[in-house]
Design a protein around this ligand. Structure first.
Ligand SMILES: [Zn+2]
Length: 308
């Protein structure tokens, strides 16, 4: 297996205040745990490009893009978007790198250069709505990559798996009327972003779970609800919104997953990908705010992706 890791130093320059949990230290924590686990040299490390012209527009309104592009503050200043989302002087570049990583990883997987990829990126994306940034997210990186896969690369069926503790409301909204996309997720409910629970359909298996749910609950819903939907859909490629804030040590989320659950989840997704789409997976970092748990969980995810 060749697994690439896409990232860029710009992604560590976007900062929303030294109190903010969505902090540059998250990417450093992942890098540190990879070195500690002695797996760093086993991956193809690639620099994330800036997202290409027209790519963001496939998901986001002109106004949503302008909010980020046209409000870059002076060095040291901050431009607030909502109560917990803001821009610094590097945010527009970081956001372009994050979406650019997802698109570049998609092309590399589809071109057969690599088997799969993990994008170690921030800002995260799954709360970003087509019409506005929100919830630590500026652009919806996974949605931008999926639109690229559909509209530019001509894929006919793409699945998105979201295992962040929060509901991927932006992703759900972006593909609400898109029969070429299946979205499966679980999310703590009731919880941020407090969007209404959408009915489960053949293309949308987003399952709310109560706070304090542990791995056994997640494994059961994956086995009984996600996997049958994914096998029926027969995806040509799978994207993962890989948030690790359902970890029991993560105090932003209120669930009880451990590293072994992320290994198991990744193995299930890998098995579907191998059966239906030559193992094609692009995984993008979303949440995960306890630095130690985040680093360890990403290592578990990466080991399963690379089969090491
Ligand atoms: Zn989250």
């Amino acid at each position: 297996m060749t697994t690439a890791i896409y990232s860029h130093p710009d992604c560590q320059r976007h900062e929303m205040g030294d109190w903010h949990p969505e902090a540059p230290a998250r990417l450093q924590a992942i890098a540190d745990q990879m070195i500690r686990a002695q797996i760093n040299d086993l991956f193809d490390h690639r620099e994330a490009p800036l997202v290409g012209p027209g790519e963001l527009e496939r998901v986001h309104s002109a106004n949503a893009i302008a909010i980020v592009r046209d409000n870059v503050p002076a060095p040291g200043d901050c431009y607030p978007i909502d109560g917990d989302t803001s821009l610094n002087e590097f945010s527009w570049r970081a956001a372009q790198r994050a979406a650019g990583a997802a698109v570049a990883a998609t092309d590399a997987v589809l071109d057969g250069e690599i088997d799969n990829a993990f994008c170690a990126i921030r800002p995260p994306g799954h709360h970003a709505r087509p019409s506005e940034p929100m919830g630590f997210c500026l652009f919806n990186n996974v949605a931008v990559a999926i639109r690229h896969a559909l509209e530019v690369r001509g894929l006919r069926r793409v699945a998105i798996v979201d295992f962040d503790v929060h509901h991927g409301n932006g992703t759900e909204e972006a593909f609400m009327e898109e029969p070429r996309v299946l979205m499966v997720s679980f999310y703590q409910h009731p919880f941020y972003p407090y969007t209404p629970v959408a009915p489960i359909t053949p293309n949308r298996v987003n399952v709310p779970v109560p706070a304090y749910s542990k791995g056994d609950v997640v494994r059961q819903l994956v086995t009984e609800q996600w996997l049958p939907a994914m096998h029926a859909f027969k995806p040509e490629m799978i994207f993962i919104s890989a948030g690790f804030d359902a970890h029991r040590e993560d105090e932003i989320g209120g669930m009880g997953l451990v590293e072994a659950d992320y290994t198991w989840l990744t193995e299930q997704i890998m098995a579907v990908a191998k059966e239906h789409c030559h193992g094609r997976i692009v995984s993008c970092l979303e949440g995960g705010y306890n630095l130690s748990a985040l680093g360890r969980s990403v290592v578990a995810h990466l080991k399963a992706l690379a089969e090491i």
